[in-house]
Every structure is written in structure tokens, then in C-alpha cells.
Unconditional design. Sequence first.
Length: 117
Amino acid sequence: QVQLVESGGGLVQPGGSLRLSCAASGFTFSDYAMRWYRQAPGKERELVAAIRSADGSTNYADSVKGRFTISRDNAKNTVYLKMNGLKPKETAVYYCNARHPMGYRYWGQGTQVTVAS
């Protein structure tokens, strides 16, 4: 059974930091590119960060470059998103996504991040 389970969300003050985790099971994690998306209330889901399976190269949305870091630990089947300098407008549900080159896609259930004083 495929599972992606996010954790680490919560309430943080503006300028604060959080580290999200996404634990994967039920598939060969190292074969999949991993992504973090977020969806704010009333808005479309947007891609935040991605990390490739082959070489671990990363990409970020312009809005988070220099503040967010995506990483993966293939031994632990886990992908992380370290978020620094959080802003109130980044309040959203953050989702983990797994993508295989053959087209398989999996989603986690999401974790709420609230940035407020």
C-alpha cells in the first residue's frame, strides 16, 4: 500500500522556521522525484520545491528561493522541506508528491502550516 505521510506543520510566527517531513512507503522511493506543493485557502495548488531521484538536483519556486531547502534521505524513505523566514501569506496546506518517470503519481494528505503572530 502506497503511503506518503507528511508531518511537521503547525503554527509559527512570521520570520520563523519549520521543517516538514514526508515519510514514504509502499514503493521504491529512490526511483521517484519528490516535490512539495502548497495550497492556500481559495487558491490553486502551487509547486514549492522539487528534488530529482537521479542526482538529487533541486528546483524552487522563485518566491521561496534562498529561504526553503528540499532534501531527501533515501535510506529513510523521507523527503524534507526546511522553511526559513516564513511569511503570513505562506499559510497553506503543504503536500508531498512522488513522481516516477513512467508516470506514477502519489500524494500525501497534507500538513497545515500557519504563519501568524
